[in-house]
Design a protein around this ligand. Structure first.
Ligand SMILES: [Fe+2]
Ligand SMILES: [Fe+2]
Length: 284
């Protein structure tokens, strides 16, 4: 870890942090004695987080047969692991939504982009049967946390950098590295590590723009890279959409995916995404 990156990570203590309850949910779900009651009791300590978890559980994305009114009901229907993922996503949403506010780009950009990457990642994980689709979804939601942190730090004007890059074909990660000594992928991975998230998160996030360099959790990195590339090519998000990133030609072949299959998978994921509507109505 570069010393500049270390310095930034130390400052993360001053940044908006993950709600303790989201971490407690993660720990509780891994506890062998956990059940619907113990997990819902933990979530009950943070009513606004619980409300967002319920909104997410009831979104068309989960296709529940009927509306669930309680966290306990959501756990019974969706399972503890899914509710754990939902807590993580719900805890991150306010950051993703706020990071771009007042920066002159679409404030919903990061959230829309991250959610699209999550949907496509999950679809690829399912199609290939390689990794847990729910985990791939969560990694997709969190993959640009480094950008959130950069946007929060005054000395790292990521949008000025983005403008600088406009028109040149130098990959944005290289532009970041020459400005800060690290890029948003390194920063996001360091943040995931500091939260003690499973290694798959930090490994995939670190290599989402250069999966060929991944040595662990290569499939997660390939899925995330492919999903990110597909979403950027589909042009469904605006904001930092013009940035140039390297694209690996090896991710798809490592996953054993033919181009026509990739197209089908992406298409169905985009349909699913469009059908899910606005998941969160407001940020509590
Ligand atoms: Fe990225
Ligand atoms: Fe991305």
């Amino acid at each position: 870890m570069s010393s500049k990156l270390k310095e930034i990570i130390e400052k993360i203590a001053d940044l908006p942090s993950m709600p303790d309850v989201a971490f407690e949910v993660m720990r509780e779900v891994d506890n062998p004695t956990a059940n619907a009651l113990t997990v819902s009791n933990v979530l009950a300590r943070d009513p606004s987080l619980s409300a967002r978890v319920l909104q997410l559980a009831n979104s068309a994305y989960y296709g529940m047969p009927r509306e669930v009114a309680s966290i306990r009901g959501a756990i019974v229907l969706l399972g503890m692991r899914t509710v754990k993922s939902l807590s993580l996503v719900a805890a991150t949403f306010p950051w993703l939504q706020k990071a771009m506010q007042g920066k002159g780009v679409d404030p919903d950009y990061l959230w829309n982009h991250s959610l699209a990457v999550a949907f496509v990642s999950r679809a690829i994980a399912r199609a290939t049967g390689t990794v847990n689709p729910e985990q791939a979804f969560c990694i997709g939601v969190l993959h640009n946390l480094g950008i959130v942190v950069l946007c929060t730090l005054k000395e790292a004007d990521v949008l000025a950098l983005a403008q600088m890059q406009d028109g040149s074909d130098t990959p944005f990660t290289i532009v970041e590295e020459s400005a800060f000594g690290f890029n948003h992928a390194d920063l996001g991975a360091a943040l995931a590590e500091s939260w003690n998230l499973p290694e798959a998160y930090s490994d995939a996030i670190r290599h989402h723009h250069n999966p060929d360099l991944a040595t662990r959790n290569v499939m997660f990195a390939d899925i995330l890279h492919l999903a990110d590339t597909l979403v950027r090519n589909a042009d469904i998000d605006e904001g930092l959409g013009n940035l140039v990133f390297q694209v690996s030609e090896h991710s798809a072949s490592r996953l054993g995916l033919e181009p026509d299959v990739i197209e089908q998978v992406a298409e169905s994921a985009f349909l699913e995404l469009n059908g899910s509507g606005k998941i969160f109505q407001q940020v509590a």
